[in-house]
Design a protein around this ligand. Structure first.
Ligand code: PXL
Length: 278
């Protein structure tokens, strides 16, 4: 019997920059899932750190692609969205969940829009509000601290916080409607960085902490979310998905530290891919 999982990933194509589609596709493939791509936009590079990038919005094309998929009666096991170019596209992903969710597709939403306390270039408060709505329809949400606090209208505190702050964020995300909120980038000041989540259906909490590397790299959120989704499709527990994805991301970062600094626009994940094929 063919039990290969098929996932739709909704991502932009940043032609150079090692993020979104150019990491989601190889990672999901390496982990054994078939990956269908719904491309939100085509950019010459990602928007972080490059100026003069080109940007082609594919909002109109998305509906046509999905209409065709529905006509063909394709079935999917997962819907995994990352960078969405506009509030209209956020709505399109909600429609995707309505279309394919009832047939068994688990919705994993990474609300890609901000980091280090700041929205990425081009995003507005309207996008934040739309994303909060989408997260409310998701099975699993994977925000970082900045994205979570923006969606909840909470103060962003980069460090010096305790368990109460994280609990309040997870509760807030659950109150939006997310079944499994998972917060990334949790830092209790002990030299580690972690992921904390709760499955609101069972009340079970889970977490995974790993060594903190004091260097930030583009695309690592996408690498984490892609590997998390791949692990989920492989049937791993939520805690195991956190571990698989975080360990892989840390290895990719370590594998990049010694490359020339002007090449630090993404991590050198390519020769770490073997870690995912098991
Ligand atoms: O890695 C997130 C991301 C994805 N896609 C585009 C981006 C970014 C972050 O800046 O600009 C186009």
């Amino acid at each position: 019997m063919d039990n290969q999982k098929r996932v739709i990933t909704v991502q932009d194509i940043s032609c150079i920059g090692k993020c979104s589609a150019t990491v989601a596709l190889p990672i999901l493939s390496a982990m054994g899932a078939e990956c269908a791509l719904l491309p939100t936009a085509v950019l010459s590079t990602h928007t972080g750190g490059f100026s003069g990038f080109t940007f082609l919005d594919l909002t109109e094309e998305l509906d046509k692609i999905v209409e065709h998929w529905k006509k063909e009666s394709f079935k999917f096991d997962g819907i995994y969205s990352g960078y969405l170019a506009s509030p209209a596209q956020v709505k399109q992903v909600e429609n995707l969940i309505d279309d394919f969710g009832p047939h068994g597709a688990v919705a994993v939403i990474d609300p890609v829009m901000a980091d280090h306390g700041k929205l990425y270039t081009g995003f507005t408060q309207e996008h934040v509000e739309a994303m909060a709505g989408l997260c409310g329809k998701a099975d699993i949400v994977l925000p970082n601290l900045t994205e979570a606090t923006l969606m909840l209208g909470m103060e962003y505190t980069p460090d010096g916080y305790g368990q109460d702050y994280v609990d309040a964020i997870l509760e807030g995300l659950a109150a939006l409607g997310a079944k499994v909120p998972v917060l990334t980038g949790v830092n209790y000041g002990d030299g580690r960085l972690g992921i904390m989540g709760i499955d609101t259906r069972s009340g079970e909490k889970f977490s995974y902490f790993h060594e903190k590397i004091d260097q930030s790299f583009h695309g690592t959120g996408d690498i984490f979310a892609s590997a998390f989704t791949g692990a989920l499709m492989r049937g791993e527990s939520l805690e195991s998905c956190c571990k698989t994805a975080a360990d892989f991301t840390v290895e990719c970062i370590k594998n990049t530290m010694d490359t020339p600094k002007d090449r630090w626009y993404g991590v050198r994940f390519e020769n770490c891919m073997g870690l995912l094929c098991k």
